[in-house]
Ligand binder design. Structure first.
Ligand code: ADP
Ligand code: ASP
Ligand code: MG
Length: 407
């Protein structure tokens, strides 16, 4: 008998029929003799709708109250699913984050799980109950509800699987696995039978929302047996693991796009030591994370620096720069919110010199201009205009994955 954690995303529990379908998947696993703990997300667009509701009242609410509001969505799902399971003649119990012992830090809206007190869950599993836990939420040291950030139910599930040393953690979603690119928008995207934790972590961090990036980080750290599959088709999914069979062969495992990004450019900086330090330490103090950075060659004592930040931080980053204009010393700051980052990810990239040039060639052939470039062991990212993003992904994907372009 195994302990299996199953997570169902918003589209898998969107209405009564879908909840019944999820209850069927859970009870079938249970009938095969396994202990089952299921983590559920809020139904369909519930979280977005709740955000909208808050805007009608206050456009700048405290993050504590926002978490109080957003956590309600998951609570609806677990109660309804428990009812569906009861109706099918099995015993189920739903638990909120705090009942399930999910202890987090105090960063409302982006809390991190610190520890899970598993006693209550174990007690219910020992009673042979199916346990349903509200995803995306926990409780902090002040006994306040916190949420883990958008898409965070994946992280709840993996954290529970790690804490309970579950035999398997299945992430059920609306596509039947991890693809070489978003199968909803990219023609010819292929399902991967397996992918390494490292590649999946990059893809998730670079915009493929199929898994929350922190869930992958945690799965790697605790070596959780992780699988992504569809709650609708019954097809085999994608295994996410430390080592995969195809490792040497594959150069590129996927293409991802991130539109949640903005670029700031500081023009007319003095070309002297300490400028970059000043800029990025000021941003760091205000908790603004910087991603791509580009510095021009100094000419006549003057240089430019541009960098990207997450879109929600863009206005703050601009304000911080303007407030410190004198101290930093620049002529102007320009903010462009209409940019997107497109990336290729693959384990062997650093050792395949031709891969980046193939990517640039694909963009050139599609007439797409590159604004910034960044490379690492495992990825190559380019910044393009937002309106070119979809075309860029398709062109790059065609180059690496179409029958004729593969290589
Ligand atoms: P859930 O509500 O189940 O958590 P999400 O919407 O968070 O589901 O994630 C699933 C979606 O991720 C898919 O519908 C798909 O459009 C998108 N996606 C983006 N990139 C990929 C990829 N490389 N492989 C699979 N799905 C992807
Ligand atoms: N309901 C939350 C969200 O929409 C968490 C999740 O779905 O994982 O972001
Ligand atoms: Mg998700």
């Amino acid at each position: 008998m195994a302990l299996i954690v199953q997570k169902f995303g918003g589209s898998s529990v969107a209405d009564a029929d879908k909840i019944r379908n999820v209850a069927r998947i859970i009870t079938e696993t249970y009938r095969r003799g396994h202990s089952v703990l299921a983590v559920l997300s809020a139904q369909g667009d519930t979280t977005d709708d709740l955000i909208e509701k808050s805007r009608e009242i206050n456009r700048n609410p405290s993050r504590r109250e926002m978490d109080m509001l957003l956590s309600t969505g998951e609570q609806i799902s677990i109660a309804l699913c428990a009812m569906a399971i009861e109706r099918m003649g099995y015993q189920a119990i739903s638990l909120t984050g705090w009942q399930a012992g999910m202890l987090t830090d105090s960063s409302y809206s982006s809390a991190r799980i610190k520890r899970i007190r598993t006693e209550r869950i174990r007690k219910e599993l020992d009673k042979k109950k199916i346990v349903l836990v509200a995803g995306f939420q926990g409780i902090n040291k002040y006994d306040d509800i916190t949420t883990l950030g958008r898409g965070g139910s994946d992280t709840s599930a993996v954290a529970l699987a790690a804490a309970l040393q579950a035999d398997l953690c299945q992430i059920y979603t609306d596509v039947d696995g991890v693809y070489t690119a978003d199968p909803r928008t990219v023609q010819g995207a292929r399902k991967l039978e397996e992918i390494t934790f490292d590649e999946m972590l990059e893809l998730a961090s670079l915009g493929a929302q199929v898994l929350h990036n922190r869930s992958v980080e945690m799965a790697k750290r605790y070596n959780v047996n992780l699988e992504v599959l569809s709650s609708f088709t019954g097809n085999p999914g994608t295994k996410v693991k430390e080592v995969v069979k195809t490792m040497e062969k594959m150069h590129v495992s996927g293409v991802a796009k991130d539109k949640n990004i903005a670029r700031l450019a500081l023009v007319g900086l003095e070309d002297r030591p300490g400028i970059a330090f000043k800029i990025f330490s000021l941003l760091g103090k205000r908790n603004v994370n910087v991603d791509l950075i580009l510095q021009s060659i100094g000419r006549n004592g003057s240089k430019d620096i541009s960098f990207t930040v997450a879109l929600p931080d863009a206005q703050l980053a601009k304000e911080v720069m303007e407030e410190n204009r004198e101290a930093i010393g620049f002529q102007s700051v320009e903010l462009n919110e209409n940019v997107a980052k497109v990336s290729i990810v693959g384990a062997g990239l650093a050792h395949n010199a031709g891969v980046a040039s193939k990517m640039f060639e694909a963009l050139y052939n599609a007439g797409i201009n590159i604004n910034m470039i960044s490379t690492s062991e495992i990825k190559v990212s380019v910044l393009v205009d937002e309106r070119d993003a979809e075309r860029a992904v398709q062109a790059i994907h065609d180059r690496f994955f179409s029958e004729f372009g593969n290589g």
